[in-house]
Write a protein that binds this ligand. Structure first.
Ligand SMILES: C[S@@+](CC[C@H](N)C(=O)[O-])C[C@H]1O[C@@H](n2cnc3c(N)ncnc32)[C@H](O)[C@@H]1O
Length: 207
């Protein structure tokens, strides 16, 4: 997967994204934002904000910044944010190489993006860098199904996930290892455990 392919896929998919992936991924999205709201963070960065389905869910006193690679997805997020004064900025930016200064945000949220970015190691390096030491990194993503029923679900949704450039073989242990962060909690976040919410705490630089 390269960035141009991702831009093309989400450029085309932006019109149908909410109908297909809105309700399907809603529980995890809600749980991730509730987790961010509960941290007490006053500034949140959401990477891969997409069409901004999550934006109305943030507490009104949290300043939210969003980034995404796809101008078409962002256009929808900007429309959604028109009535949300706490949504500060929505930038077109690669989550693997962000232009924000170190320690810019008290919490960073990545929903359903870990399995899309070309290089998850670079994604997490950047999440750690832009988050304050001791801050919160909240990730929600599907993980590779291990059991029969979920395996069947995996196969059922495979055409839709492939069409949106989403890798379906991401394992929970790989996400946790790659993150290089302290795990604060892991919870099922939908579709019988196929989606996981992972809450991390950021470490001080060099740790
Ligand atoms: C599956 S969608 C998830 C959208 C949204 N977070 C949600 O909950 O519905 C993945 C999003 O990640 C964005 N994305 C993929 N790679 C990215 C990157 N390297 N930097 C920023 N955004 C990226 C895509 O453009 C797309 O909007």
């Amino acid at each position: 997967m390269d960035l141009d392919l991702i831009r093309r896929v989400y450029g085309k998919g932006a019109t149908v994204y909410d109908a297909v992936f809105g309700p399907l991924l809603e529980r995890g999205r809600r749980m991730a934002v509730e987790a961010a709201n509960a941290t007490g963070a006053r500034s949140v960065l959401e990477v891969g904000v997409g069409t901004g389905l999550s934006l109305p869910l943030y507490r009104a006193d949290i300043k939210v910044t969003g980034i995404d690679l796809s101008p078409e997805m962002l256009a929808r997020a900007r429309k959604r944010a028109e009535d949300l004064p706490n949504v500060q900025d929505l930038h077109e930016m690669d989550a693997q190489a962000m232009s924000f200064a170190d320690a810019s945000f008290e919490a960073v949220v990545a929903m359903y993006v870990a399995a899309v970015v070309p290089n998850m190691t670079k994604l997490f390096q950047e999440l750690r860098r832009v988050c304050v030491p001791g801050g919160h990194v909240i990730v929600v993503n599907h993980v590779a199904a291990e059991t029969g029923l979920l395996g069947a679900f995996d196969r059922m949704v495979a055409p839709a996930t492939r069409a949106m450039a989403i890798r379906s073989d991401l394992r929970l242990a790989t996400v946790v290892e790659t993150a290089g962060l302290d795990v604060a909690g892991i919870e099922d976040a939908g579709i019988g455990g196929y989606i996981k919410l992972i809450r991390f705490r950021n470490r001080p630089p060099g740790n």
